[in-house]
Design a protein around this ligand. Structure first.
Ligand code: CTP
Ligand code: MN
Ligand code: MN
Ligand code: MN
Length: 371
């Protein structure tokens, strides 16, 4: 530190899991710009720069103050030259020309549009772009394109699914899931996770963990919940993935984006009458219902704390938890377990606090994980 003033210098950690990040973002003008750049690099499969911009955005999100000059960022980690050049543009002109160029770029715009459809990832979007397709009309008119069931549903409910889910809607969905689960086994555990657990006002979906206190009994949960929702006539789409979880394969699963627990990606029909204050839908839309995305994951109860920590997010918080575990503690953390490579043993946990303690981290509350 080159600082010789008497004001205490609070150092900001390069790890999101050592920072407290609420939903209140004082640096949105910068982080919005970084997100566009990150996404653009993601579309070009340039992981390095993509991650660099996501890390920089995450650092700025954790600040309880707005950056008003580059001088104020001297002590901050994860801000490289490119990042600072973008910040300088934003500080001087209120916008970044590099970002504006991306936003008007045909490829970026098209990939952004296509990936906004449920079931369409960057690979498919790229394939369609290369075929010369530029709009939904182009896709739907192209008879050589086969849309899978997920994508068909994505187009069918496009307006609803791209519209944010409100807290009131999330509460109503919680009641629906609670009831469906209680009909199967009254002892079942239902926990809200994902962005709503972090205190977000809006989400792109609602995430729940469901399990049973009796180990092994969780296996009957998801198929039965799905059946119950079907019987109620509110199941619009269901992609169910059975468990491939095997304790014997831990901790050697190769790095994967997905965990191995049973899960389902759903689209449910939510009635206006069930939502306090009404649905979050377009003005002038007089339907009495909307479609909403719901994710359910069902780990065995002895894996509950790891699954809860892994599904609460944010994605950047999770990335840094794992990186911290690996780099600082020689441990492997994922949604299933925590493994100590030095001791060559699994570390048990029944709560998230146990996991933070094993990692030598101060506990960070869910609403402080909006990294
Ligand atoms: N997640 C995961 N495995 C998946 C899907 C999601 O571990 N197959 C984790 C993600 O890492 C994330 C959390 O579950 O931390 C929630 O994912 P998601 O619903 O996509 O994001 P949210 O943070 O809930 O944000 P949003 O409000 O947009 O839904
Ligand atoms: Mn504040
Ligand atoms: Mn979510
Ligand atoms: Mn989700």
């Amino acid at each position: 530190q080159v600082c010789s003033t008497s004001t205490p210098v609070t150092t900001v950690s390069q790890y999101a899991c050592q920072r407290r990040t609420t939903t209140e973002n004082h640096n949105k003008i910068f982080t919005d710009a970084f997100e566009v750049l990150a996404e653009s690099y993601e579309f070009s499969e340039m992981e390095g720069p993509c991650l660099a911009f996501r890390r920089a955005a995450s650092v700025l999100k954790s600040l309880p103050w707005a950056v008003r000059s580059l001088g104020a960022t001297l002590d901050l980690p994860c801000l490289g030259e490119h990042t600072k050049a973008v910040m300088e543009e934003v500080l001087q002109c209120g916008r970044s020309f590099e970002v504006e160029k991306i936003l008007s770029d045909e490829r970026y715009r098209t990939l952004k549009l296509f990936t906004s459809v449920f079931g369409v990832g960057p690979k498919t979007a790229e394939k369609w772009y290369r075929r010369g397709l530029r709009s939904f009309t182009d896709i739907l008119a192209d008879r050589s394109i086969h849309l899978n069931q997920m994508q068909q549903t994505g187009f069918l409910h496009y307006g609803d699914i791209t519209r944010a889910v409100s807290k009131a809607e999330a509460r109503s969905l919680r009641n629906i899931i609670d009831e469906a689960v209680r009909a199967i086994t009254p002892a079942a555990i239902v926990a809200l996770t994902g962005g709503f657990r972090r205190g977000k006002e809006f989400g792109h979906d609602v995430d729940f963990i469901v399990t049973t206190p009796e180990l092994g009994k969780e296996k009957i949960l998801l198929p039965n919940i799905i059946n119950g929702l079907k019987k109620q006539g509110i199941l619009l789409f269901c992609d169910y993935q059975a468990s491939t979880f095997d304790m014997a394969k831990l901790p050697s699963y190769r790095f994967e984006a997905m965990d191995h627990f049973a899960k389902c990606f759903l689209i449910l029909r939510l009635e206006a009458s069930q939502v306090e204050g009404g649905l979050h839908i377009a003005e002038g839309d007089s339907r009495g219902w909307r479609a909403v995305r719901v994710d359910l994951v069902s780990p065995p109860v002895d894996r509950y704390a790891f699954a809860l920590l892994g599904w609460t997010g944010s994605r950047q918080f999770e990335r840094d938890l794992r990186r911290f575990a690996r780099v600082k503690q020689r441990m492997i953390l994922d949604n299933h377990c925590l493994y100590d490579k030095t001791k060559k043993e699994f570390l048990a946990a029944t709560t998230e606090k146990d996991i933070f303690a094993h990692l030598g981290l101060e506990y960070i509350e869910p609403w402080q994980r909006n990294a």
